[in-house]
Write a protein that binds this ligand. Sequence first.
Ligand code: SF4
Ligand code: MG
Length: 335
Amino acid sequence: MGKLLEVKNLQVQFDIFGAHVQAVRGVTFELNKGETLAIVGESGSGKSVTSKALMGLIPNPPGKIKEGQIVFEGKDLVANTEKDWMKLRGKDISMIFQDPMTALNPTMKVGKQIMEGLILHQHMSKSQARERAIDLLRRVGIPNPEKRVEEYPHQFSGGMRQRVVIAIALACNPKVLIADEPTTALDVTIQAQILDLMRDIQKDTGTAIILITHDLGVVANMAQRVAVMYGGKIVETGTLDEIFYNPKHPYTWGLLSSMPKLHAKTDKLQAIPGTPPDLSNPPKGCPFAPRCPYAMKVCVDQMPAYTHLSETQKAACWLQDERAPKVEPPKTIGV
Ligand code: SF4
Ligand code: MG
């Protein structure tokens, strides 16, 4: 699989009320053609900010990319002007947002919203773009697309609106599709349909997907690789199997323990006690130390480096140091 996108040491800061919030603190990962990479973590872990950076959507001010590179097809996008981004956004890299209502323009017919990108990026005529819009609506499972193309967002149900958002995102056959909690606002049945749809589309088009979510059930259904974020950093990354069946970072253990079990007798979730770090004054050591049941003195003093556990898995945790005591993951993390 060829590399499509490489993020290297990405650092994003927001200057708010005199504080310098370091939302993303040196994130490195790559995305291969056609794969789905899930970025998981609690809210405030930096996963949404990372995805916005990939779309050139960090509002400046108050935000800025302090350091790092976003290399897409060999070109670093960090230096892009807004004009450069306009050429790329929606064409090569597209995004599905969590809330379809804010992603759509309520005053514009959905057909027209799909056509915009096609006219801008693919230089289609109006009638060509309209034909393609109808095609796309059909493709995402909206019945009677010839009629619906003339309707406004409020005439669609929540699940149908999210399908429209996906149709817009896919209009120009993007190479990268970023989906930020794409099903969080939807009920469970619709959620499954939308995920199926995304998988089908990926099979047909070969689009690579970055899936941002806090829902490990969604991850298990969709992703081949997983990056776990905490406190603005990737604390562990690996294949789906490595992260689910052989996780090495205590934060990953905590996330997996808080995942609802398939055959559990109780539906009570075991949330990880404590709160995420204050990123306006980030800890110098491991960001998870205040919440980690295994924290040692070194954890508080020094950020752990990555230990490479396989060709595809690495974790930033002092427990992987050969001098550390041997710790077994908790029994609660089975799927
Ligand atoms: Fe816990 Fe220390 Fe590992 Fe951080 S480095 S996750 S505090 S054991
Ligand atoms: Mg978010």
